[in-house]
Write a protein that binds this ligand. Sequence first.
Ligand SMILES: [Zn+2]
Ligand SMILES: [Zn+2]
Length: 133
Amino acid sequence: MEVKSIQDLGLTKQREVVLQVILAAPEHLTANEVFVNAKALLPSISFATVYNSLRYLKDAGHIAEIRFGNGASRFDRVTHRHDHAICTECGKLVDIEMEHPDELVARAARISNFKPESLEFTLRGLCPDCVKD
Ligand SMILES: [Zn+2]
Ligand SMILES: [Zn+2]
């Protein structure tokens, strides 16, 4: 995995801490989880600052935001196009790195009559921890 040099981005201390939290997390954190972790590094940080920093970092392309229906947004250190698998039992969210078959994209475009730009795939089911024999 590529390592971004946070210090070179010219961010404020607060934004730097928020980015640091997301880059260090193997999971896709919610804003609330980012806040809890950021506060451990920078006790004076407020939720509003964390929230604004997330918006800023997303707009600057350093992080990605993922939304599923009406659940809380999650923040992702992987910013290139990728898919996700979500556990219907515990909510665990993991990355899937895979190519989409051209035929699938073409068929979806044909049915919708859209000119395709991207296609996202979400696998829902039980994660290994939640699968019971
Ligand atoms: Zn699970
Ligand atoms: Zn992801």
